[in-house]
Design a protein around this ligand. Structure first.
Ligand code: FA5
Length: 343
C-alpha cells in the first residue's frame, strides 16, 4: 500500500506539472480525488490494510489527498489569474481613442425646417408659443370670429370629440389665448399639429402642420406683413424670394390675403412644380379682424395687427422636393432619414 501511495504521489507530481487549462485541471482532480478517482479507490482499499499499519498508511493517504486538493486549488487560482492577464493584454490592443462607428438617427425634415423658421422669427423679436391639440369649440371657432353656420364647424370637416371639443383644425385656435396673454403689443409665433376630416391626396393629409404668427401693435401695416414673410423665406431658401398677395377670405382677418411666393425651383420662370405659373401658394394671412382683437380684450381702435397661417407641410415639400404630402407622415426612415440634421 505504501508503495502504491508513493507511485500515485509521483504520478500526480508529473501530471500536475503539465496542466494549465480549466478543463485539464478539472480532469486531473476527477482522476485523483473524484468519486472514481485513484486516491478515492485507495481509501476504499484501506480496510484491507493490516491493523498495525493502519495509522501510518492512514496518515500517508490523508497527506496525499490534502496535497492533491491544495495543488488543484492553487492550479485553478493560477489559471484564473492567467485568464485575467490575457484579457488585459487583449484590451490593450483595443484603441479606445478611435472613432466609433455608431448609427446615428436623423431629424424629420419638418423638425429641421421648423428650427430654421423659428430661429428666423426669434431673430426678428418673436416669442415662440405652443397650442393644444384638443381645443374647445370656443377657441377653435367662436373666439376667432367663425360664425355658427360656417361649414368648418361641420362633422364632415372637423374631428369632434364626444365631449364637444375638437381636434384643433387650425393653429388660429391658439390666437385668443395668446393675444390675452401677450397683447396688445406682441409678436408671437406658434407652430402646431392640426387635424381635418379630409379625403387624402398628394396635397391633403388629415394630420398636418401649420406655423401661425401674430403681430399686434399700433399702426401695423400690410407692408410689415410682407417684410416678415420675405425675411422668413430668405432664411429658408437662402436667397431673396418675391411674394405677391391675392385677395382671400377668412372670418378672422380683414382684409384677408393668399400670399404666393415665386417658385424657388425655377425662380418664377415657370416649371412643373409651380404648374408653369412661376408662383406657389404659400400662406393665408391678413389684418386681424377687429372682432378677434375685441374678443381677446384688445382695443381695436388703438391697436391693429396681422396674422398668417403658413401651411408648413407644403413649405417642407417645396424645400425637399417631395411631391406627395403623405410621405411626411409615412415613417419611411429610408426616405425621411436622408436629410440628416440639416437641409
Ligand atoms: C387656415 O387654417 C387659417 N387658420 C390660416 C390663417 C391664419 C389665415 C391666420 C389668416 C390668418 P386654411 O384652411 O387655408 O387657413 O389652411 C392654411 C394652410 O394650411 C393651407 O394653405 C394649407 O397649406 C394648409 N392645409 C390646410 N388643410 C390642409 C390639409 N388637409 N393637408 C395639408 N395642409 C393643409
Amino acid at each position: 500500500m505504501k508503495e502504491k501511495i508513493k507511485e500515485l504521489d509521483e504520478l500526480f507530481d508529473k501530471q500536475s506539472a503539465n496542466v494549465s487549462s480549466d478543463d485539464e485541471i478539472e480532469n486531473l482532480r476527477l482522476d485523483f480525488v473524484g468519486k472514481k478517482g485513484k486516491i478515492t479507490a485507495l481509501m476504499a482499499d484501506f480496510r484491507n490494510v493490516p491493523n498495525e499499519q493502519k495509522k501510518e498508511v492512514g496518515i500517508l493517504i490523508n497527506n496525499l489527498k490534502n496535497k492533491v486538493e491544495n495543488t488543484i486549488s492553487a492550479l485553478k487560482e493560477s489559471a484564473k489569474e492567467k485568464a485575467i492577464e490575457k484579457q488585459i493584454a487583449n484590451d490593450k490592443k483595443f484603441d479606445f481613442t478611435l472613432p466609433v462607428d455608431t448609427k446615428t438617427g436623423s431629424l424629420h425634415p419638418r423638425t429641421i425646417l421648423q428650427k430654421t423658421i423659428v430661429d428666423e422669427f426669434v431673430s426678428m423679436g418673436f416669442v415662440i408659443e405652443d397650442g393644444n391639440e384638443i381645443e374647445t369649440e370656443y377657441n377653435n371657432f367662436t373666439s376667432v370670429n367663425v360664425p355658427e353656420s360656417h361649414p368648418a364647424r361641420d362633422m364632415q370637416d372637423t374631428f369632434w370629440l364626444s365631449n364637444g371639443e375638437v381636434l384643433k383644425t387650425q393653429t388660429s385656435a391658439a390666437q385668443n389665448r395668446i393675444l390675452r396673454t401677450y397683447g396688445p403689443v406682441c409678436r408671437v409665433l406658434f407652430p402646431g399639429r392640426c387635424f381635418r376630416n379630409e379625403s387624402l391626396d398628394s396635397t391633403h393629409e388629415n394630420t398636418f402642420f401649420q406655423i401661425e404668427g401674430v403681430v399686434v401693435d399700433e399702426n401695423v401695416s400690410v407692408a410689415n406683413l410682407i417684410y416678415f414673410m420675405k425675411e422668413m423665406l430668405k432664411g429658408v431658401f437662402k436667397k431673396d424670394i418675391n411674394v405677391r398677395l391675392r385677395p382671400g377670405f377668412f372670418p378672422f382677418t380683414e382684409p384677408s390675403f393668399e400670399l404666393d411666393a415665386t417658385c424657388p425651383l425655377c425662380g418664377g420662370r415657370g416649371c412643373n412644380s409651380c404648374s408653369k405659373t412661376g408662383w406657389l401658394e404659400l400662406c393665408p394671412c391678413g389684418m386681424i379682424h377687429p372682432n378677434v382683437l375685441k374678443e381677446a380684450g384688445i382695443d381695436p381702435d388703438k391697436y391693429n395687427g396681422f396674422a398668417f397661417g403658413l401651411g408648413f407641410d407644403r413649405l417642407v415639400m417645396m424645400k425637399t422636393g417631395l411631391d406627395d404630402i403623405r410621405y411626411l407622415n409615412s415613417g419611411n426612415i429610408k426616405l425621411l432619414g436622408q436629410y440628416g440634421t440639416k437641409m
